[in-house]
Design a protein around this ligand. Structure first.
Ligand SMILES: Cc1cc2nc3c(=O)[nH]c(=O)nc-3n(C[C@H](O)[C@H](O)[C@H](O)COP(=O)(O)OP(=O)(O)OC[C@H]3O[C@@H](n4cnc5c(N)ncnc54)[C@H](O)[C@@H]3O)c2cc1C
Length: 420
């Protein structure tokens, strides 16, 4: 079967890999000059099934009000007249209850764990390198009350069978020796030893190269403008470089996926939630993090990637804007600079933003649509890097008509009442 994959972020490229492995003829189309140049470019680098949790949780609306007023705020809302934003926010708030949280979390954990295992398998089979480390994630609490409140998270980890360690300040320093130089007191931490880290851009590009050697074609610098349909099926995809015909079409265009499928009467509730990162060259190895640390106070992730530190976070709801306000950079520098002072050269850091393709229930949309030869693999929000290999593995099975290795019916767009 000839399959056209629309988008060459981490989701499109991993999909191309598994579809090519299954023997299909695959072509990947993207407007950028190479893979992973949009949201998959400089994310926080965590492969974190242990922390796979929906943003929409009980108590979030109250917390959000507090966050919006903080100086180094983890959440920024820049409302404007945008029906898609209003609809998405309303649906997200509708998920902030115990029942939906439990359903959404179980879907996310199932996919994220499956995905981490597929990544380990892929690494073993191909030897792919991407500044990877398998040294866990440390959620760091600066305040005692954060540590005192950890019981709820522990109950969930226990229920999901995720191994964990609760650490005192000495234990935190043992896990992350650079914290010995922290300028702020530490209350303790929660460590998930099975989480991993790695550079999503390097991974995606290395995998794309391996896929290309297996015959996958990459059409770069090619903007997709429309899906043409006739007789209830997609006949071709229109691009600024001409039409492309395939047997099946997989949409993996991140935050830009809804606009492509809307003319077909498919309402995909994916909205861009902007995040920021800085990438800091390491100047003092002994002061730098060894793995990923989550600074709970600012919801910022600080990750070691080779000779660099990636600091990423914040959720800004402001449409498709890609501006880089200095205040956001200051928040990232404040978090990493106070915990790992002198580790990196902040002045030499590069500053970046990306648009997370978020669904209101935080779970990606993977599977078939009402159009028989059109499939979706998008909406991975905060955890697209974590979930990429698993999502790609299951969509390859779904397209081939094989039963996927995990339950996927509840990941499809049909879970939304108003989707079609
Ligand atoms: C600050 C930040 C930190 C993050 N940290 C983590 C983390 O630590 N761990 C984790 O698991 N996840 C993290 N994420 C989330 C993760 O990066 C995303 O979920 C993931 O990159 C989404 O991948 P994607 O392939 O769906 O989208 P993208 O990477 O955006 O790929 C979509 C592709 O579609 C192409 N495209 C779009 N429209 C068109 C068009 N009209 N024509 C042609 N091509 C088009 C784009 O050029 C792009 O290449 C983070 C995100 C951010 C912003």
């Amino acid at each position: 079967m000839k399959i056209a994959i629309l988008g060459s972020g981490v989701i499109g490229v991993t999909s191309a890999w598994y579809l090519a492995q299954a023997g299909h003829e695959v072509v990947v189309v993207d407007r950028q000059s190479g893979p992973a140049l949009e949201t998959s470019f400089a994310n926080a680098g965590e492969i974190s099934p242990g922390y796979a949790s929906p943003w929409a949780a009980p108590g979030i609306p109250m917390k959000a009000v507090r966050w919006l007023m903080m100086r180094h705020a983890p959440l920024i809302l820049r409302p404007h007249a945008d029906m898609a934003m209003m609809r998405w926010l309303a649906a997200m708030l509708g998920n902030c209850n115990a029942r939906d949280y439990a359903i959404n979390k179980s879907r996310m954990v199932r996919l994220a764990e499956f995905s981490r295992d597929r990544l380990i398998e892929l690494r073993g089979a191909t030897g792919i390198r991407y500044d990877e480390r398998s040294q866990g994630t440390l959620q760091l609490f600066r305040e005692q009350k954060q540590l005192d409140g950890v019981g709820k998270d522990i109950a969930v980890l226990k229920a999901d069978g995720v191994p964990f360690e609760v650490l005192d300040p000495t234990g935190c320093v043992a896990a992350e020796p650079g914290l010995a130089n922290s300028e702020v007191p530490l209350a303790g931490g929660l460590r998930l030893p099975h989480d991993e880290t790695g550079d999503c851009f390097k991974f995606t590009n290395a995998l794309a190269q391996m896929a290309a050697t297996q015959g996958v074609r990459f059409l770069n610098d090619t903007a997709i403008t429309r899906l043409a349909a006739e007789g209830g099926r997609i006949t071709h995809v229109e691009t600024d470089a001409g039409n492309l015909v395939a047997d099946a079409y997989l949409v993996a265009m991140g935050s830009y996926s809804p606009q492509l499928v809307a003319p077909l009467g498919i309402r995909l509730p994916v909205y861009p939630v902007k995040g920021y990162s800085i990438t800091v060259p390491i100047v003092d190895e002994a002061r730098a993090p060894v793995s990923t640390l989550l600074d709970e106070s600012y919801k910022v992730a600080i990750t070691r990637l080779g000779d660099r530190i990636r600091v990423g976070g914040m959720a800004e709801i402001s449409g498709f804007t890609k501006d880089l306000p200095p205040a956001r950079r200051a928040t990232l520098e404040h978090s990493a600079g106070s915990l790992f002072p002198g580790a990196g050269d902040m002045a030499a850091a590069s500053f970046w933003c990306g648009l997370r393709p978020m669904t209101p229930d935080s779970t990606p949309v993977i599977g078939a649509t009402k159009v028989p030869n059109l499939f979706l693999n998008t909406g991975h929000g905060t955890l697209g890097w974590t979930m990429a290999c698993g999502s790609a593995h299951v969509i390859a099975d779904i397209i081939a008509g094989r039963p996927p290795a995990i339950e996927t019916a509840d990941l499809a767009i049909s879970r939304y009442r108003n989707a079609a």
